[in-house]
Design a protein around this ligand. Structure first.
Ligand SMILES: *[C@@H]1O[C@H](CO)[C@@H](O)[C@H](O)[C@H]1NC(C)=O
Ligand SMILES: *[C@@H]1O[C@H](CO)[C@@H](O)[C@H](O)[C@H]1NC(C)=O
Ligand SMILES: *[C@@H]1O[C@H](CO)[C@@H](O)[C@H](O)[C@H]1NC(C)=O
Ligand SMILES: *[C@@H]1O[C@H](CO)[C@@H](O)[C@H](O)[C@H]1NC(C)=O
Ligand SMILES: *[C@@H]1O[C@H](CO)[C@@H](O)[C@H](O)[C@H]1NC(C)=O
Ligand SMILES: *[C@@H]1O[C@H](CO)[C@@H](O)[C@H](O)[C@H]1NC(C)=O
Ligand SMILES: *[C@@H]1O[C@H](CO)[C@@H](O)[C@H](O)[C@H]1NC(C)=O
Ligand SMILES: *[C@@H]1O[C@H](CO)[C@@H](O)[C@H](O)[C@H]1NC(C)=O
Ligand SMILES: *[C@@H]1O[C@H](CO)[C@@H](O)[C@H](O)[C@H]1NC(C)=O
Ligand SMILES: *[C@@H]1O[C@H](CO)[C@@H](O)[C@H](O)[C@H]1NC(C)=O
Ligand SMILES: *[C@@H]1O[C@H](CO)[C@@H](O)[C@H](O)[C@H]1NC(C)=O
Ligand SMILES: *[C@@H]1O[C@H](CO)[C@@H](O)[C@H](O)[C@H]1NC(C)=O
Length: 476
């Protein structure tokens, strides 16, 4: 009891304006008391730091260690100290001036093994948040935070071994990865969402280096989606980029594979793009119910009731004849004879609802002879086509011969022109009274003899009939 009172007497004046002038005395008192009251004094040397147990860093980027600390009577100690600086020890928690690997000493900004290390805040805020730049695989290790309040005020190393060995929050483990972790996709609701309901989807990508956060992009975005993206603290104070998508579920989004892509800026050529995906499962009553008819020719027809629904495994299909109340069948497909002319429709039902198809009118083609007509029509068409083609071919040939003639005429230039029959055709005409008449049709053409060389021959007709003159014309 006496010890506690004494302690109160010694420490209470620290908050008075007189304390600065008393600093020397107080230090002496500390030493004195630490001899006598070792147990009680430890209360003044309580210190703790809060930082994440692990942070995941990316090579070629930076990593920020969120960190806060508290020291009993910190304000007073700070007043007593002439200088205060931060040390980050690598691997070893125990500080030993010769063996310890000092990665950072803020006193003269001494940096070892890193290209840069920076404190982000004034220590007076009890904020020891530190950024390590240009991370390489070698930086994977445990790091211990140490404060040095000089001269000889207080030099705590915030390691788990001194105060509470199970409390690992006083140290941080930096895990270095060569490729980023894929973003995490989360649905606000269970995987199955009802049509028309509002769905919130979040995609989060860790941002170990908040000054160079990853950018997030989505693909396969539902039509009604709205997206907001922000950098956000997680419970352990490390940061992540969160992208929130809000949309109204449509049946068209069913089985849609939505992907979220995170791209990390970093100064290595390694892969910096990672993606996550989620497949939406939208529940909805039957949609787009319609009938498919197979085959479309013949008297036997199969009608199939098609519909989109979710879930679709326990669907009920019902068939009706228009005008009749009672269903004619309870299955997906029905077989009908075209002679059963009528209008048919089907309904599809799942546990979320029911939908009817449009009517399908069955007509008996074989009875009204339409199919025969079609066959005749087709045959006739084909015939007409053949005839037409033949005619066309003939026309083209005739035209071609005329063209040659026209060309010859053009070259004639009105000089040395002659006229000659180049073709003699025998036509036998049978008159109404049965007499045979022979008529000679002559085709005349103009030939420019100045440009053409002709080889003139006379030949006998094989049947001793009329003599035909042939001329071979050579075009030079
Ligand atoms: C620091 O610790 C003291 C007690 O040791 C406490 O009163 C104070 O609220 C703490 N400050 C912070 C910022 O945690
Ligand atoms: C870390 O320190 C331990 C001893 O405490 C040592 O065995 C180990 O090799 C060190 N690791 C690295 C990476 O320096
Ligand atoms: C940090 O640097 C200061 C000034 O250079 C030095 O006095 C101090 O001993 C260093 N601390 C450690 C732990 O090396
Ligand atoms: C410490 O500093 C970091 C970076 O400046 C800031 O994000 C964080 O909020 C600060 N922590 C507290 C407890 O003020
Ligand atoms: C980062 O480190 C690499 C080698 O490890 C070096 O080439 C590069 O210049 C460093 N970049 C910065 C910004 O320090
Ligand atoms: C990483 O550490 C290994 C040995 O642990 C060393 O050989 C190598 O040079 C280091 N690399 C860098 C970039 O510091
Ligand atoms: C050590 O820390 C853990 C959790 O941080 C806490 O539950 C436990 O009570 C602490 N033990 C002591 C002896 O302070
Ligand atoms: C989603 O899309 C990605 C690529 O676009 C593909 O790799 C993945 O297999 C798809 N997932 C599903 C469930 O279809
Ligand atoms: C899509 O997601 C599935 C499961 O969520 C996963 O197995 C698959 O690798 C992912 N594909 C891509 C390309 O991200
Ligand atoms: C269709 O019905 C007609 C008479 O109604 C019958 O003659 C014909 O054989 C039937 N066809 C089939 C494929 O059942
Ligand atoms: C018509 O459909 C019935 C019922 O499926 C089938 O038994 C019959 O063989 C079919 N007839 C023809 C000609 O396809
Ligand atoms: C389909 O019909 C069966 C029997 O009529 C019934 O038990 C079942 O609930 C129906 N399913 C749906 C999804 O309506």
């Amino acid at each position: 009891m006496v010890f506690w009172t004494l302690l109160w007497i010694i420490f209470s004046p620290m908050s008075s304006p007189l304390r600065t002038s008393m600093a020397g005395n107080q230090i002496t008192s500390f030493i004195f008391i630490s001899f006598v009251l070792g147990q009680a004094l430890s209360a003044d040397y309580i210190y703790s730091a809060v930082m994440p147990q692990t942070v995941t860093a990316l090579t070629g980027s930076c990593v920020q260690i969120p960190c806060t600390f508290n020291i009993s009577n910190f304000e007073d100690k700070r007043e007593m100290a002439e200088s205060i600086y931060v040390i980050w020890l690598k691997n070893q928690s125990h500080y030993d001036s010769t063996e310890s690997f000092i990665a950072f000493n803020s006193s003269e900004n001494i940096i070892r093994g890193f290209s840069d290390i920076k404190m982000t805040r004034d220590l007076n805020e009890r904020n020891c948040t530190t950024v390590f730049y240009n991370i390489t695989m070698n930086h994977s290790d445990r790091y211990y935070f140490r404060l040095e309040m000089e001269p000889d005020v207080f030099r705590p190393t915030f390691n788990p071994n001194t105060a509470n060995s199970s409390d690992s929050s006083k140290t941080v483990k930096i895990i270095v990865r060569d490729s980023p972790q894929p973003p995490e996709l989360k649905l606000s609701k269970p995987q199955y969402v009802m049509e028309e309901s509002t769905v919130n989807l979040s995609c989060s990508a860790e941002a170990p280096c908040p000054t160079q956060p990853p950018t997030i992009s989505w693909s396969n975005i539902p039509k009604s989606a709205r997206i907001t993206t922000q950098l956000q603290d997680k419970p352990d104070k490390t940061q992540s980029v969160f992208s929130y998508m809000t949309f109204k579920a449509s049946y068209k989004d069913h089985r849609k594979n939505i992907t979220c892509t995170a791209t990390y800026p970093r100064n290595t050529p390694n892969d910096s793009t990672v993606e996550g995906n989620i497949t939406l499962q939208v529940l909805f009553p039957p949609k787009e119910t319609h009938i498919i008819i197979t085959p479309s020719v013949g008297t036997n027809v199969t009608l199939t009731c098609k519909s989109k629904a979710s879930p679709s495994n326990d669907m009920n299909y019902t068939w009706y004849k228009r005008g009749q109340e009672t269903p004619i069948a309870w299955r997906k497909k029905i077989n009908l004879n075209r002679t059963q002319t009528a209008s048919y429709y089907c309904t599809a039902q799942n546990k979320h609802g029911k939908q009817s198809s449009e009517d399908v009118q069955l007509t008996d083609d074989s009875q009204n002879g339409l199919s025969h007509l079609v066959i005749y029509g087709c045959t006739g068409g084909l015939l007409a086509f053949v005839l037409l083609s033949a005619f066309f071919f003939y026309c083209i040939r005739t035209k071609a011969s005329r063209q040659a003639h026209v060309t010859g005429k053009d070259q004639a230039k009105d000089k040395n022109r002659g006229m000659m029959a180049i073709y003699v055709k025998n036509d036998i005409v049978i008159s109404k009274n049965g007499e045979k008449k022979e008529s000679d049709d002559l085709l005349y053409t103009e030939i420019d003899f100045s440009k053409l060389q002709t080889d003139h021959k006379t030949k006998e007709h094989p049947n001793n009939g009329p003599v035909t003159e042939y001329a071979e014309i050579q075009v030079t």
